[in-house]
Ligand binder design. Sequence first.
Ligand SMILES: Cc1cc2nc3c(=O)[nH]c(=O)nc-3n(C[C@H](O)[C@H](O)[C@H](O)COP(=O)(O)O)c2cc1C
Length: 441
Amino acid sequence: MGRSDGAGSNQGRVIHGKRHRGCTTRRNGRLPILHDIAWATSVTALCWLRQSAQRKTVPWLPRPLSQIIAEAIVTMSVDILFRPFALKSLNLKNRIVMAPMTRSFSPGGVPTDDVAAYYRRRAENEVGLILSEGTVIDRPTSSNDPNVPRFHGEEALAGWKRVIDGVHAAGGAMAPQIWHMGVMAPHLSGWTPAQPFEGPSGLVVPGKPGGNGMSEQDIADTIAAFGRAAADAKRLGFDAVEIHGAHGYLIDQFFWAGVNKRTDAFGGSTLPERSRFAVEVVKAVRAAVGENFAVLLRLSQWKQQDFAVRLAKTPEEMEAWLAPLADAGVDIFHCSQRRFWQPEFEGSDLNFAGWAKKLTGKATITVGSVGLSGEFIAAFQGESSQPSPLDELLRRFERGDFDLVAVGRALLSDPQWVRKVREGRMETLRDFTKEALATLV
Ligand SMILES: Cc1cc2nc3c(=O)[nH]c(=O)nc-3n(C[C@H](O)[C@H](O)[C@H](O)COP(=O)(O)O)c2cc1C
C-alpha cells in the first residue's frame, strides 16, 4: 500500500517554492533515448543552477535569472495540466476542476450575489471547470441545512442563473452538483426539515434509525426530481451536470449494504443490485438532458459515517459496479478519495480514478489533497495544511491515469490557485486553515 498520510510524505521531492528542495525528474517513455538523455542533462544542469543560486554559490548568476530557470522547470512539469479538454457539451481550457464544496452561504437556499461573485472569481482566475457546491433537489427532506442552496424553485434557480452567467462572462465553465442528502444526523444548528429524513432503510449508520425508509413512490419521485434538476441545469445554460453519488449521502446509502437493507428491487446482497437506484437516477438525468450534454457522477468508496467502508473490494467488483452506471449514461466518473495517491487495490499503484478509467473507458477526475499536505476531514477538525508538491500528481496524469484533476480547499481559500500554478508562482500559494471556511473569498 502507499502512503497513509499526506503530511510529510512528499517532502523534498520537488523543486518549486521555498519549502521544497531537490529536483523533479520527468520521464516520458515515448521519447527516444537520445531525447531522454538530452532532457535529463538539461534538467540536471538547471537543477544545479537553481540549487547553487539558492545557496548563493554562483556569484555570476543574477538571482532573478535563477528564478526564471527554476520556474521554467516547473512550467514544463505543470504544462500538461493546461491542455484543453472537450467532451460533449464541455469545452475546458485546462484540466483543473474546482471540487464541489458546500459553503452554506445561501440563506433560504437561494444563492446570493456574493455566491455568484465567489464562483466568478474562480472563472476569472482560470479554473477549467467549476463544480458547484452540492445543491439539493426538489424533495421535502433533501437537505439538512437551510443555507445550502436549492436547485429548485424560481428564486433559487434565478440565483443560479446569475451564477452561471457570471462564470460564462469570465470565460469559465460550470456544472451544478445535484444532491439529496438522504438520512442525516441533524445539522449542528439544530435545524431539521419538517418531515423525517428519507433513505433506503431509514438508517443513519448501520443499526441506527434516523429517518424513514423510502416507499417505491418516494423512490420514483426522487428519481424524477433528479431528472428535473438536470433539465434545469441545461436550461439555465450550465455546461454539464454532476450527480452526487458519494460520501454516504442518499445515492451512496443505496450502494452501502450497511444502511441499505431493502429486500425489493432497490436492495440486495450484491453491489450491482444496490446500484439500481443510482442507475435509474443516471438514466433519468440522461433522458432529461439528451445525448450531448455531459453527465458526471461523483462516487467514493469511503463514507463520512465510516471511512473504512469499501464498496468494491476487487477490480472485478468495481467493474460490476461501474459498468451499468456507464451504460446508463455517465460520461465522467468523479472518483473521490481523501488522498489521491492511495492505491485502490493490492498489486497496482492505480488510484480510484485510474481504475475507473481502465475498467470503463470513461473519462475520470481524481481528487484528494492535491497541492496540500493534509486531507480535508482533518481540516474540518482544525488541522492546517501547507502547499505541497505536484510531482506525484503529474506523474500519474502524464501516465494517462485520469483526465481531470479536482482541487478543493486550495481553491476555496485562494481563487488564484490555478493562475499561480500555471505561472509557477509556487512561493505565493497559501496554507489552508479552518478559518477559510468562514468567508467567501
Ligand atoms: C468545506 C468543504 C465542503 C465540501 N462539500 C462537498 C460537497 O458539497 N459535495 C462533495 O461532493 N464534496 C464536498 N467536499 C469534498 C471536496 O469536494 C473534496 O473532495 C475534498 O475537499 C478533497 O479535496 P481537497 O483535498 O483538494 O480539499 C467538501 C469539502 C470541503 C472542504
